[in-house]
Design a protein around this ligand. Structure first.
Ligand code: NDP
Length: 324
């Protein structure tokens, strides 16, 4: 048996229930892991609210780190006692679970469980965004929204290490200060500053080659207006709500723009790609280029409060849950 945070209907944080669930023996190709720390991500909220439909009932959460307890038939790459972490597999808010072995990444000795739970989903996301979706080069000026969030703080540091000039946005002066401390060159408080005007000022009127926008509805149009001709809009989230349908001709009016709506699931679908991305992330962390800032810790049973705080924009950096 394992304690787990489950939901059997879509809705607010109150639909999350802390209860006992049965943990089966691992089948062929599977592993049972005992979590030491579990990551909290905005995607957990989309799934709980029903914005992203998942099969119900479900155990919430998509990211965890812990120790292999048992392996199923045919699993040769992992053994009991191995330290592992994963991202992108629903069912993480629990003490123990069964998961396909090829979704797990072996943790380097110098990466702790809390750090791992604070970085797998967010860090793999940053990897694909800045190294694959648009390959950021030294000297590029990049606009990255929600720069003081979990994904945001990792992105600021990694972009800096690549030699990019980072314009972040955040919802308060304190959050802007944090983004600046973590590598942003400029940070715009988008609650009271005009983002398009500031970005134009900071780029001598030219605009940026790429915008990373996870805020969605509230920032979509202004993000497009921050791009230079042929620029790329990377719309990768909906923290303020999903982007409503739009007229494609806006892309021609604003300068033959490109737009993509990526998800980590595509980029990590092949196990080899997942491992290569994880290696790059682990390297960024172990070399000190990226520090994982776990700013909020909750007991597993208090997952609903973690959701409330994340939705209310009260958090910065990464949030984790600790199973007893
Ligand atoms: P964050 O820690 O970044 O939290 C979300 C932040 O969004 C808030 O802190 C807040 O920062 C900002 N925000 C702006 N408007 C709102 C609003 N109306 N309500 C709530 N928050 C708002 O979360 P994560 O690091 O977990 O994820 C960041 C984003 O990246 C999410 O949108 C997530 O869905 C997306 N994502 C996408 C992936 C993909 O593959 N497509 C994978 C992983 C994450 P502020 O107050 O500074 O505005």
């Amino acid at each position: 048996m394992s304690k787990a945070v489950c939901f059997s209907e879509f809705g607010g944080p109150e639909v999350l229930r802390y209860m006992d669930v049965e943990v089966p023996e691992p089948g062929p190709g599977e592993v049972r892991i005992r979590h030491r720390a579990v990551g909290v991500n905005f995607v957990d909220i989309y799934q709980r609210s029903g914005l992203y439909q998942v099969k119900l009932p479900a155990v919430a959460g998509n990211e965890g780190a812990g120790v292999v307890e048992a392996v199923g038939a045919g699993v040769t790459a992992l053994k009991p006692g191995d330290r592992v972490a994963y991202a992108g597999k629903l069912g993480a808010y629990c003490q123990a679970r069964v998961i396909p072995a090829d979704r797990l990444c072996l943790l380097p000795d110098n990466i702790g469980f809390e750090q791992a739970a604070g970085m797998m989903l967010k860090g793999l996301t940053v990897q694909y965004l800045i190294r694959q979706t648009y390959r950021v080069e030294a000297g590029d000026t990049v606009l990255f929204h929600a720069a003081a969030g979990g994904v945001g703080l990792i992105a600021c540091q990694w972009l800096k290490a690549l030699g990019a000039r980072v314009i972040g946005t955040a919802g308060s002066q304190e959050k802007c200060q944090l983004a600046l401390k973590f590598g942003a060159d400029h940070c715009i408080n988008y609650r009271n500053e005009n983002v398009v005007e500031r970005v134009r000022e900071l780029t001598n009127g030219e605009g940026v080659p790429v915008v990373y926008d996870s805020v969605g509805k509230d920032t979509f149009e202004s993000s497009l207006k921050c791009l230079r001709p042929y620029g790329l809009m990377v719309s990768f989230g909906n923290a303020s709500g999903p982007v409503p349908p739009f007229d494609l001709s806006i892309l021609s009016q604003l300068g033959s723009l490109y737009i993509t709506r990526p998800t980590m699931m595509t980029y990590t679908e092949k196990a080899d790609d997942l491992r290569a991305m994880a290696d790059e992330l682990f390297n960024a962390v172990t070399t000190g280029n990226v520090r994982i800032e776990v700013q909020q810790r909750f007991d597993l049973k208090d997952a609903a409060q973690a959701h409330r705080d994340l939705e209310a924009r009260k958090t910065t950096g990464s949030t984790i849950l600790l199973p007893e």
